[in-house]
Write a new protein. Structure first.
Length: 358
């Protein structure tokens, strides 16, 4: 089939599936089929921010006072965050957008990717302000095996989807899309959260607080991305029997995807704290958090959790950073959640989807 960026549809915009149907012709949002996607888009947009709003000049002084070992933890974590957002800033547009066949989904994907580019810009903002030689930090990223391996892992299912050459919308194509969406869900819901915990550990010690504020804004966005990926997966399962079958057939593969990501995150904890720990955080504690957040996400996607975890968050202080959404609130005041605009909470649970029809 010849591809085109504009082809007048034979079906109405309310009759088309999320993916693999006729492409979108008119970008219209007057009446939408998937109001939950429209709401997520509106929420994303209402959270618009720019990195320059955040003053990170004190972070430069703080960084100079950190021990070598703490500097390694901070910089390595930042480098890995840069890699995660580098991939996630371009991949939804490259892999998902060409397959989307609904106007509000198309808008959501483009906005989602745009916000990831804000995250990428914010890392440059931090690095320019904190390090005497910013380019050195960037130049080193891809030569760290633990980071490049992570890059390969998060790209694998995007690449499988992009490189598929079989019939458009076939069962195989749907399977690749499903696995890609699960992989995105793992990136947005597990990998980023592990890195956030590490960023906030410094601010808990009143260090690197500018960076922590930026990460708080990034976390607010990632939480919506997590909700978006979960929502899309659930919608596919609800609307198309093929995906129910695909979910059953790929059960082992999906469990392996989760396990591989969790092991990779645990190995990363060893790399971060390889030269020693910092007050309030060490490799074992962060690994407990990896499993705890992993179990939470596996459960939300309605899969069986094959390992046991703490009943409570092993890093309870991360919650105030995730739940308080406002930039202007000082770190010591972040338990004030009344600043949060609208009804979408800042971590995914059943309540996250109240008002969104799933
Ligand atoms: Fe991001
Ligand atoms: Fe994201």
């Amino acid at each position: 089939m010849k591809k085109s960026v504009f082809k007048i549809n034979t079906k109405g915009h309310l009759d088309k599936d999320l993916f693999f149907d006729e492409g979108v012709d008119v970008a219209r949002y007057d009446i939408v089929k998937y109001s939950q996607l429209q709401k997520l888009y509106e929420k994303m947009l209402s959270f618009y921010w720019t990195p320059d709003e955040i003053d990170v000049t004190k972070d430069k002084i703080d960084f100079g006072k950190l021990t070598k070992n703490e500097q390694h933890i901070f910089t390595s974590n930042l480098k890995r965050q840069i890699l995660l957002d580098s991939v996630q800033g371009r991949s939804p547009d490259l892999a998902l957008l060409p397959l989307a066949s609904n106007p509000e989904l198309e808008l959501l994907i483009e906005t989602w990717a745009f916000f990831e580019t804000i995250h990428s810009r914010s890392y440059t903002h931090v690095i320019r302000n904190v390090y005497p030689n910013p380019s050195k930090v960037f130049d080193e990223i891809t030569s760290i095996p633990a980071i490049s391996e992570c890059g390969n892992a998060i790209s694998e299912h995007y690449d499988n989807l992009i490189n598929y050459r079989g019939p458009h919308g076939s069962y195989k194509h749907k399977t690749l899309l499903y696995l890609c969406l699960v992989s995105i869900y793992i990136l947005e819901g597990i990998r980023f959260y592990v890195s956030f915990a590490c960023s906030w550990a410094f601010a808990e010690l009143k260090q690197m607080e500018g960076n922590a504020k930026i990460i708080k804004l990034i976390a607010r966005d990632e939480n919506l991305h997590l909700a978006a990926s979960l929502n899309i997966i659930r919608t596919l399962l609800k609307e198309d029997e093929d995906y129910v079958k695909i979910k059953e057939e790929t059960d082992g593969q999906v469990h392996q995807l989760f396990e591989d990501a969790l092991v990779q995150e645990e190995d990363w904890c060893d790399y971060l704290f390889g030269n020693g720990s910092m007050i309030g955080l060490n490799a074992d504690l962060l690994k407990e958090y990896v499993r705890w957040i992993g179990a939470k996400r596996i459960k939300s996607l309605n899969y069986h959790v094959p390992f046991s975890v703490h009943q409570h968050n092993p890093l309870p202080w991360t919650e105030k950073w995730i739940s308080g959404g406002a930039v202007q609130v000082a770190p010591q005041e972040t338990e004030i959640t009344s600043y949060v605009l609208g009804g979408v909470t800042h971590d995914v649970n059943k309540k996250s989807f109240e008002g969104l029809s799933l």
